[in-house]
Design a protein around this ligand. Structure first.
Ligand code: COA
Length: 160
């Protein structure tokens, strides 16, 4: 059985991430969506909130499991018996960062392979930070995130 890990901060998850998850889930038998819980960063949504959001959004995917992780990604991959890391590529700027990360992960564990999936053209132009900024200024994020994220962003923004 081919298992893979799709890691990220997902603060918040966007339709771009969901496109990669959906396509990866069709070529991989079991996909672990791994939410980074990084104590040195201050995300808008806590790791627990991000895990719950993803679980809710991905509830109809039978072969996708959402978990959080801290520490090294290769250690998480090993803990779920997977040696494939899935990453999305939106263009050349992503490539240099992603290529470096793939090489670092392979130097940490030579069994690890990184599988790149090219993002769909409609998701090339935005990121989680941009979604948060647009939501903060009450801009339209309808095509960028699922409704659940839109609602939770609106609630969070009211507190600021
Ligand atoms: N569509 C839209 N946006 C996308 C996207 C897609 N398909 N893929 C990535 N993005 C955006 C995200 O929205 C995010 O935007 P932001 O910077 O504005 O917030 C950005 O690209 C990167 O996000 P993400 O894909 O969530 O990755 P990340 O860089 O936050 O996470 C980890 C990277 C978790 C994989 C990496 O930090 C990690 O492995 N950490 C563990 C520690 C470790 O093992 N280190 C050694 C390895 S180098």
């Amino acid at each position: 059985m081919k298992t893979a890990v799709y890691p990220g901060s997902f603060d918040p998850v966007t339709n771009g991430h969901l496109d990669i998850i959906s396509r990866a889930s069709r070529i991989i038998d079991k996909l672990y969506v791994a939410v980074l819980d990084n104590p040195s960063k201050t995300p808008l949504f806590t790791a627990e909130e991000r895990v719950q959001q993803l679980k809710q959004i991905l509830k109809d995917y039978d072969n996708v499991e959402v978990m959080s992780f801290s520490g090294l990604l290769v250690d998480f991959a090993r803990s779920v018996n997977s040696n494939i890391i899935v990453r999305g590529l939106r263009g050349v700027t992503d490539f240099s960062y992603e290529f470096q990360m793939a090489l670092s992960n392979r130097s940490l564990d030579s069994d690890i392979e990184t599988l790149f999936i090219s993002a769909d053209t409609q998701y090339l132009f935005f990121s989680s930070s941009q979604v948060k900024e647009i939501a903060y200024f009450n801009g339209n994020i309808d095509n960028m995130v699922p409704d659940l994220i839109k609602e939770q962003l609106q609630k969070k923004m009211k507190k600021y």
